[in-house]
Design a protein around this ligand. Structure first.
Ligand code: NAP
Length: 283
């Protein structure tokens, strides 16, 4: 079997197009959806992410409020800014780019963002809602993975899903989304024994560990769906957590790296922003 490749770039363009239509409808009524993007310090990778998010938002008709702060910004100053953005009626979503400089407690900042402005879906209230199976803002990367699985017509009900990684950003919310979609979910991490056996039993594999090609193609159950979240730079090239070619020879559907999950993350951030705008300004 050769897997169908799930084209995240194309799907992200579709999602951004849907966002643009919704944003235009809001603009026509005089309220553009607004996203505040906060970057502290000068981490080059964060600067690149923020630039692509800003560009994508503007292209979709989302108003961007850029806040670039020096690395010397104190926690108090950042909390004050978040407080002001929480009160600003033009701001529907707030994104504070992580990681933050070491002297700032990132949890305290994320917790200070109003849950109904939490564009990244990382606030404990939103993660709690997800755990309860209730509506809330869903973290962008796992939301994108679910959309890719839907695009691949992957039947999740009753499927055995294995999530590799248990971070707040990806693994945990991913496992909750799959559970809510009626999959039977196993979460694996650095202390898991016999990762190969776990993966080999899975109908759906979501790899989010940050280890280049750790998941060998031969581990993949024939016909399984494979979503590769990993983004690892190896010799200047972007490589996923899955040994792509060998896995693609066995899987039914698979996401490439790059061009799979990555573009979907940004598209889902915009999707979250227009959803929050709809919440703040019901039609
Ligand atoms: P993270 O916070 O570092 O979490 C990594 C997880 O993988 C942890 O739960 C860790 O286990 C587990 N792990 C590490 N080594 C392992 C091993 N040898 N076997 C099994 N599990 C192992 O990373 P993250 O933020 O979730 O990101 C994961 C990857 O996704 C990274 O490559 C990141 O760049 C990528 N990513 C991509 C996007 C995108 O848009 N495409 C978005 C976010 C992240 P412990 O909990 O036991 O430490």
């Amino acid at each position: 079997m050769t897997a169908r490749v799930l084209d995240g770039k194309a799907l992200a363009a579709t999602v951004r197009g849907e966002v643009a239509v919704r944003a235009a409808a809001r603009r026509a009524r005089g309220v553009a959806p607004g996203l505040a993007v906060v970057l502290v310090g000068d981490d080059p990778a964060s600067a690149v992410y923020v630039r692509s998010k800003t560009r994508a938002a503007q292209a979709a008709g989302v108003e961007v409020f850029d806040h670039k702060l020096p690395a010397t910004t104190t926690q108090r100053e950042l909390l004050d800014l978040v407080g002001r953005l929480n009160e600003d009626a033009a701001v529907d979503g707030i994104l504070v780019q992580l990681p933050l400089p070491a002297h700032i407690d990132a949890d305290a900042i994320v917790n200070a963002i109003r849950a109904d402005k939490d564009a990244d879906g990382l606030h404990p209230m939103n993660l709690g809602r997800l755990a309860q199976g209730r509506p809330g803002v869903v973290a962008c990367t796992p939301k994108g993975c679910m959309r890719l699985l839907a695009e691949g017509n992957v039947d999740l009900a009753g499927a055995r899903a294995v999530v590799l990684g248990r971070s707040i950003l990806v693994g945990r919310p991913m496992a909750l989304l799959l559970t809510n979609a009626n999959a039977t979910v196993t979460v694996c991490h650095s202390r898991t024994r016999d990762l190969e056996a776990q993966v080999a039993a899975a109908d759906v594999v979501v790899a989010a560990i940050g280890r280049p090609e750790l998941v060998r193609g031969a581990w993949i159950k024939p016909g399984a769906a494979v979503i590769d979240v990993g983004m690892n730079r190896v010799d200047g090239k972007l490589v996923g957590d899955v040994e792509y070619a060998a896995a693609a020879a066995r899987a039914s559907v698979i996401t490439p790296v790059p061009g799979g999950v990555g573009p979907m993350t940004i598209a889902c951030l915009l999707d979250n922003t227009v959803e929050l705008a709809a919440l703040h300004h019901p039609a």
